[in-house]
Design a protein around this ligand. Structure first.
Ligand code: G3P
Length: 217
């Protein structure tokens, strides 16, 4: 499974990219607003840090505007992916942009019917929002499972990008259900490293090692 960062925080993206584990980045208008940065500058900067796909979301609501915005954003760097909402206008824009060989991430997906349409529109990625479904008492992970099953039956090339991840278990479950990618907030990625038994075990090893008086180097 590929790991994307769901963030527009340049410092965090830079620090976590140094792990060598980050395959891409997703942003959205809310994350850009939170970063306080100019949108174009932020995407330019993120693309200079990350070699993999970097999603930049359009803000127009009609096909023509979305396509124009997508064409402009795609010129920032070769790894920019255009994020469009899962509306009829968004899917029309997806079709046009993907016909122009521009990679598209269709976002705000909340059911499998929408995911079928996105694949038909040539989306490179579909972003089902797990956490926001769980918030309203629905089953976000079931949606991942349904989309993966349908895409496999029809051999759709669209990759399933689990979004709106709210905890480490969401990442594990997304992997179990076959999501191609999880886009993970930076704090959750950091938590993935942690286990109290790892810390406890390491303390014991280091204290026993100190008793030997040896050094490897
Ligand atoms: O980037 C889209 C998605 O991951 C947003 O997550 O936490 O705002 O529901 P959230």
């Amino acid at each position: 499974m590929k790991i994307f960062l769901d963030s527009a925080n340049i410092d965090e993206i830079k620090t976590l990219s140094e792990t060598g584990l980050i395959d891409g980045v997703t942003t959205n208008p809310s994350l850009i607003a939170k970063s306080g940065m100019n949108f174009i500058d932020a995407i330019e900067k993120i693309c200079s840090i990350i070699n993999g796909p970097v999603s930049a979301e359009v803000t127009g609501v009609d096909q023509t505007t979305m396509v124009k915005e997508g064409q402009k954003l795609s010129k920032i760097a070769p790894n920019v992916v255009i994020k469009v909402p899962l509306t009829m206008e968004g899917l029309k824009a997806c079709k046009t942009l993907s016909d122009e060989k521009i990679n598209v991430n269709v976002t705000l997906c909340f059911n499998a019917a929408q995911a079928i349409l996105a694949a038909k529109a040539g989306a490179t990625y579909i972003s089902p929002f797990i956490g926001r479904l769980d918030d309203i008492g629905a089953d976000g992970m079931n949606l991942i499972s349904e989309i993966v099953e349908i895409y496999n039956i029809y051999n759709f090339k669209t990759e399933v990008l689990a979004a709106s991840i709210r905890g480490v278990q969401d990442v594990v479950d997304s992997a179990k259900f076959g999501a191609d990618i999880a886009t993970i907030p930076t704090n959750i990625l950091r938590s993935m490293y942690l286990h109290p038994l790892t810390d406890k075990g390491l303390d014991a090893f280091l204290s026993d090692w100190a008793k030997t008086g040896q050094s490897i180097l």
